[in-house]
Design a protein around this ligand. Structure first.
Ligand code: PHE
Length: 442
């Protein structure tokens, strides 16, 4: 084997990590989660989790990945061994589960980009838009076809390797998406009747907070920051010593969160302005935004651009979900990259099929009262990622604490003033908070 493939520049790494974090989690999931969980209260709890546990676990993943220079399983083995590699294994499994449904929604964005281009979305009537989404979602050929296309694109980028595929794709398109989301949010908040939505999003009503709200906010924090399954760990394994890890973790955390909040301003005011239901769930973004586009000059152009860029943001995230799986097969199973991409791609695709059908023909097949896609999302985001994240925090806080502090500060070249706070959060705060949330759910 040759030397390990590495990111060319620090900027390349930031963009790749941000490309992983910013995706459907921000633009599709965050607004509907906030809508379902009471708006403002959800936002505040979410922010609290992001700033404490989210940032800390991200730095922990960066640290383990760069110190270990391997896939999640191999990194834990290289640094400590014992039962710890199983944490990496849990992450690889979580990657399978997440990408299976993520690819389905990614497929929706591809389909909507095409619909937008052909003018099929030009309406601002909630009924019409809801019916159009419903019709699209219940027709198996379409949803499975686009799920397949999305998986093929993801696998294709993965097969190209770190520098050729991931870095180049992230570099170019992210900035364009930022601008577009800001423009759309600007339009949404100035709609007539938008004030009610802004109020809903910004004024917390803590009387509505239940255990479910807290769990949802925790899961969303992990999901949106790409934490708890080794995605950030794997990206950091392609890093050299010079990069300032705490600074990079802070930048990625802030960028991702800002993106989610702006997406909230893009969707929720429009929900109220047009009389949609904020608790509509996974379809919310897809039925609300077309109504916003219909209110804009050159709306069709904006609509196409938006869904195309969202598909690309989703792709850069999907690549980061698949990379740990593939890195595992390459490092630990000695598989060539292309074969690893093909094998895992086919398996993930197959697991995605029930999700693809779950809002349409297989609507009645439920697990614990949820449709298949929702159930996979819940299992991964609300259970697997927080569990993985806590184990990662415990590993750094207790098992390799001294080594982790050195690595996080690049052996003294980037001193981190909050290093003790970080270790304290990893040792006590993150485990206690997550355990409390998960256990009170039982
Ligand atoms: N953070 C990504 C998003 O918000 C999803 C993701 C989850 C990526 C877990 C990697 C790992 O869309």
């Amino acid at each position: 084997m040759g030397p390990r493939d590495h990111f060319a520049t620090r900027l390349g790494f930031i963009l790749a990590a941000a490309g992983s974090a910013v995706g459907l989690g921000n633009i599709w999931k965050f607004p509907f989660m906030a809508g379902q969980n009471g708006g403002g209260a959800f936002l505040i709890i979410y922010l609290a989790f992001v700033l404490t546990i989210g940032f800390s676990v991200m730095l922990a993943e960066f640290t383990i990945g760069r110190a270990g220079q391997r896939n999640p399983v191999g990194a834990f083995r290289a640094l400590k061994g014992g039962a710890w590699p199983a944490v990496g294994g849990l992450g690889v499994v979580a990657g399978f589960v997440i990408l299976s449904f993520y690819s389905v929604v990614g497929g929706w964005t591809l389909a909507y980009a095409i619909k937008a281009a052909t003018g099929a979305l030009a309406s601002n009537d909630p009924e019409t838009l809801g019916a159009a989404f419903g019709a699209f979602i219940s027709e198996p050929e379409g949803v499975i076809g686009f799920h397949t296309l999305f998986m093929v694109l993801t696998g294709g980028i993965i097969a190209g390797g770190v520098r050729g595929g991931i870095e180049r794709a992230s570099r170019i398109l992210m900035p364009v998406l930022v601008v577009l989301v800001i423009v759309l949010a600007g339009r949404a908040v100035t709609l007539e009747g938008a004030a009610k939505g802004i109020d809903f999003f910004l004024t917390p009503d803590f009387s509505k907070v239940t255990w479910g709200t807290v769990n949802a906010a925790l899961g969303q924090a992990f999901f949106s920051l790409s934490l708890g399954m080794g995605a950030m760990l794997t990206y950091a394994s392609y890093l050299d010593k010079q990069v300032n890890l705490p600074k990079t973790a802070a930048q990625v955390t802030i960028l991702d969160t800002t993106f989610a909040v702006i997406a909230g301003f893009m969707v929720l005011p429009a929900v109220f302005a047009f009389g949609f239901d904020p608790a509509a769930g996974p379809g919310l973004t897809f039925i609300t935004l077309p109504a916003v586009f219909a209110q804009m000059p050159a709306g069709q152009v904006f609509a196409f651009l938006f869904f195309a860029l969202l598909a690309i943001a989703a792709l850069t995230s999907a690549v980061s979900i698949m990379e740990p799986v593939v890195a595992y097969l390459i490092d630990e199973r000695r598989m060539p990259r292309r074969w690893a991409a093909l094998l895992s791609g086919v398996m993930i695709w197959a697991l995605g099929v029930p999700s693809a059908l779950s809002l349409g023909p297989w609507k009645d097949m439920t697990i614990g009262g949820k449709g298949f896609l929702d159930a996979m999302d819940y299992l991964a985001s609300n259970i697997m990622l927080p569990t993985g994240g806590v184990l990662i925090a415990l590993f750094v806080g207790w098992s390799i604490s001294a080594r982790a502090q050195e690595e996080a500060q690049s052996d003294g070249s980037h001193p981190f003033p909050l290093i003790r706070v970080w270790i304290f959060i990893c040792r006590f705060v993150a485990p206690a908070a997550v355990a409390w949330v998960l256990i009170s759910g039982l």
